[in-house]
Design a protein around this ligand. Structure first.
Ligand SMILES: [Mn+2]
Length: 371
């Protein structure tokens, strides 16, 4: 029989595994079953679905339970992993692997496994051998290492260039959908995996809907367009919002834009390691409230970005905890006036050891909004 080629785990994955295993040690399990595709990607490099990753608390060898469809892909993306090409169900394959490796207790991802999967695994392995746990990966993934930082920077570069091209493309009479389509097409052309979420392109009064869906409404001269969009690059998401005006911005929008911008810049200014998440939210909220629009800013200030578009930490009044170096957060205050319009200004900020670095650099002064 030919000997299988073995490959060692890349250093950044070794470091992630080591951090994760510290968490495993606290959970009192021999291994953790990872079924969330994003976590599988983070811990192994393998990008696929219908597959599970088994990580043991005291071994550098990880196992991927998969099937023929992903055979070649795993060899390319995670050559260091041991692969079980199952011909049975995932549950039976898991049971067989656990007995082979002499694993007594397996932790399960309580936030990702369905109730029926949980039941099926319990039935196969025996209830005493499983434990639904908080795997700690949300917290771990919030702190970005450099292999995560690079694709986020690239995603931002792509989305900003696509935005500039889109602003040059926009003409009065175009619909929100046409503009969204062009923007997303440009991100793909520039090398993105795609959009990090469905783009929001909202004209005039539609901009008062924080999560407006682009439709047949036409943009007009003297009107505004709120664009909230992001690129995904090698799995990593970026997320920005800008408001532009064709020719001229309506007076009322100018007023709320200025307030929003002041709030956003003050909040960015306040970002530093050790600061309470809720305090950053309060900086922006106080400015908007003092200007009389507190009730019109009904969402939290920002969120982490990474493999998921919404990650930890969250900048919100109810949020617990502090900013840490390596966090990347959006800062996106908004003011929404039903039937009139709305404004949101969003940038992505990296928390550093010394303070912060704003990763996006699209202009946002009042003058720069005119296209
Ligand atoms: Mn956002």
């Amino acid at each position: 029989m030919r000997k299988k080629q073995t490959s060692t785990m890349p250093d950044h994955l070794k470091a992630r595994l080591k951090t994760f295993q510290k968490r495993l040690a606290l959970l009192n399990v021999d291994a953790l079953l990872i079924n969330n595709p994003v976590d599988i990607r983070y811990l192994s490099g393998f990008v696929g679905d219908d597959s599970w990753l088994l990580v043991r608390s005291s071994s550098q060898i990880v196992h991927i339970l998969s099937d023929f469809r992903f055979k070649e892909q795993i060899q390319i993306q995670a050559p260091h992993a041991k692969v079980i090409m199952r011909k049975t169900s995932l549950t039976v394959a898991l049971k067989n692997l656990c007995s082979k490796l002499n694993i007594q207790k397996v932790g399960l991802q309580q936030d990702h496994l369905t109730l029926s999967q949980h039941r099926a695994i319990g039935k196969e392995l025996g209830k005493t051998h499983i434990k639904a746990v908080d795997d700690g990966l949300v917290k771990q993934r919030a702190v970005k290492d450099s292999p995560q930082l690079a694709p986020i920077r690239k995603a931002l570069k792509i989305q900003q260039e696509a935005f500039n091209r889109t602003c040059a493309f926009i003409e009065p009479g175009m619909t929100e959908s046409q503009i969204a389509a062009y923007l997303e097409y440009q991100m793909r052309r520039l090398g993105a995996d795609g959009s990090s979420f469905p783009s929001i392109v909202a004209a005039d009064a539609n901009a008062s809907l924080p999560h407006a869906i682009p439709g047949s409404k036409k943009v007009r001269k003297g009107g505004i367009i709120l664009i909230d969009w992001g690129a995904k690059f090698k799995g990593y998401c970026s997320d920005l919002t800008r408001v532009v005006a064709i020719g001229k911005m309506p007076t009322k929008i100018k007023e709320i834009y200025s307030i929003c911008l002041e709030a956003q810049m003050a909040a960015i200014d306040a970002i530093a390691p050790g600061k309470l998440l809720s305090d950053i939210d309060a900086v922006a909220r106080n400015i908007i409230s003092k200007a009389g629009y507190g009730k019109e800013f009904g969402h939290s200030l920002g969120h982490g970005i990474g493999l998921d578009i919404h990650e930890q930490p969250v900048l919100a009044s109810r949020a617990q905890g502090v900013l840490e170096p390596g966090h990347i957060v959006t800062v996106e205050p908004g003011i929404y006036l039903p039937r009139i319009g709305g404004v949101r200004i969003e940038d992505d900020v990296l928390v550093t050891k010394m303070g912060k670095k704003v990763l996006s650099d699209l202009p946002k002064t009042l003058e720069s909004t005119i296209i």
